[in-house]
Design a protein around this ligand. Structure first.
Ligand code: ADP
Length: 262
């Protein structure tokens, strides 16, 4: 039972009267418990499914890499085209599974971070090369050089690739992406800037929520709405902040900060 009301006390501090209502919340409590159980089952299912998918995907990926190497000696133009298409799909599936695995780890408190001091410049140039291989985007870097940060290098690489890939995906006409680095007090701020369609102000507060997508029908671009959520959770764990400045029709600047090592 849940009570709501006012109690009256005598001089000795004993309650002698209660005015109010009592509500039987048994059913409400059962529903809450059922919802929590359902959510837990959903998380467990996601975790098991993504773990199970990871092994065959890894072996498929290895076969594809081999085919990719062999095509130069044995392949016809058609084989080359098919291998390229398969590689692209493989990359998408791998990213989706990786995202699901990361979310499972976050849910179970098992996403461990390894912090070291490293140069943000090297990481950015690695990321630029990675994306340049995939398309004809001009990726420019601007701002300060030779800055060192204290964070998990692998995870920051993952976040940077995610933000640049989002710029490529959601701002396809932008053609130019800028990665800007600056210092803000004891933090280093890294921004990924595109000149794409921008994001409506009312969407911005939800962008870093789990499963949030602006285009909910998913007709235009595929995705699970997990990328930015994972980025935000990692940055929070590293003691930084993440956000976006965006204007419709002008573009977006997704940024995050990390503790500076100098
Ligand atoms: P997903 O790409 O799987 O939808 P994300 O969490 O990476 O998931 O992104 C959430 C949403 O934010 C996307 O669905 C998209 O609508 C929006 N978004 C992300 N990056 C950009 C960008 N650079 N320009 C415009 N919209 C973006």
């Amino acid at each position: 039972l849940k009570f709501k009301g006012k109690a009256y006390f005598d001089d000795l501090g004993e309650a002698y009267r209660f005015v109010g209502t009592s509500l039987d919340i048994t059913v409400q409590k059962m529903l809450d418990d059922a919802t929590i159980e359902l959510l837990k089952q959903k998380d467990d299912f996601m975790s098991i499914a993504s773990h199970e998918l990871k092994t065959p995907i890894t072996s498929l990926n290895a076969s594809l890499q081999l085919l990719d190497k062999m095509k130069a000696d044995h392949g016809t133009p058609m084989v080359t085209k098919l291998v390229a298409m398969a590689n692209k799909s493989m990359q998408r599936v791998s990213t989706l599974i990786e995202d699901l695995l990361n979310v499972s780890k976050l849910n179970q408190g098992q996403l461990h971070l390894e912090k070291t001091i490293f140069s943000i410049d090297e990481l950015i140039s690695g990321c630029c090369n990675h994306v340049r291989v995939q398309g004809n985007y001009e990726i420019k870097t601007s701002g300060l050089k030779n800055l060192q940060v204290y964070a998990d290098e692998g995870r920051i690489d993952q976040i940077l690739v995610n933000l640049v890939n989002n710029a490529v995906k959601y701002a396809p006409l932008s053609k130019q992406i800028i990665i800007h680095v600056e210092k803000a007090d004891a933090m280093v701020k890294i921004s990924v800037i595109d000149k794409g369609p921008g994001i409506a102000p009312e969407m911005i507060p939800h962008l870093f929520d789990r499963y949030y997508r602006v285009d909910k029908s998913g007709t235009q671009y595929s995705g699970l709405g997990l990328g930015l959520y994972i980025c935000a959770e990692i940055i929070k764990k590293l003691g930084g902040q993440i956000g976006v400045d965006s204007e419709l029709g002008k573009g977006s600047s997704f940024w995050f900060t990390l503790p500076s090592a100098k």
